[in-house]
Design a protein. Sequence first.
Length: 389
Amino acid sequence: MIANAPTVTITSRGIERLASGHLWIYRSDVLNSASVEPGVVRLIDKKSHFWGQALYSTQSQIALRFLTREERPFDAAFLAERIRAAAAFREQVAAGAQAYRLVASEGDLLPSLIIDRYGECFVIQTLSQGMDRMKSTVVEILEREFSPLTILERNDAAVRTLEGLPEQCGVLAGEQVREIVVEEDGVKMCFDLLHGQKTGGFLDQRENRAAAATYARGRALDCFTYAGGFALALARHCDSVLGVDSSPEVLQQAQRNQRLNGWANLQWKEANCFDFLKAADQEKQRFDTVVIDPPAFARQKSNLDSALRGYKELNLRALKILNPGGYLVTCSCSHHVSEADLLEVIADAALDAHRMVAVVERRTQSRDHPILLTVPETHYLKCLILRVL
């Protein structure tokens, strides 16, 4: 991180985007970047008015990721301040949690930096050229501030290819730790930090799993169970729980998590969830609690229509197999699918299923994944808890 950062001129449209509160400026709004290296740059307009500092990328269409309006150098001390501020916020919203997101990129004004904490293990992602150059500084700050057992990188996210960055996984500091067992609301969970989804698990659903447990009862079904997160959260409140996933590998992880907790009322089934729900309806199986937590169906806006069809099919089948008074916990992690979209899809599904449905809770990602009002991309997870009347 260089104290005397190079200067980049941005267009009036880029200025308007900053003024609207967004943190990204696209390459088409950058005027003089031919000789600029990846890293922190100063932003000015055509009249040389200073607008702030940003991370610059030579490859991505998101050329600039805004950092600050301050003139002081965005150096190691400034970066440490931001990380400490993010940690202080987690002391409020993730108090008592053993696994949570410590830094959530744009949500903590540290775009393209993710830091997840699993007990005494830290996993980082540096997802842009500029932040990747700060990786060693991030590691030094984490070692100084938290004295972790290990710091790993999970820089295997596809977005790095858009930055011209290689995929990398491994230990950056401390001990060679691959897996760790932590507790979430009294449930023991094993996280594979080097090979699990995201940085090891779905931390953004932590609060939704706890919320779902407060309504869980009777016979429960968890579709797209992955390592059994929702299923395990429901198990203490239900007579039985069936977790369904198409991957035998993740079901092995779910079974391992079951053994960690010593619960006998969970079963696991390898199946395509669309096919399973259709067959369950045809066989007239009935459940009192159903969770639908599929992967993102609309990674691009062009996928929106097909994604909505997929969500409708899943929720239609789920509503058909729910007993009266039963609860549906349904999720979408697709940014391009708004909460309004999801509500409309479920309303259509309820009409087709001839069921009356009431909204009990409208939820989003856990609070350690902040949503910036002016950056809609930070609001990606929608979770609805519904009751069949």
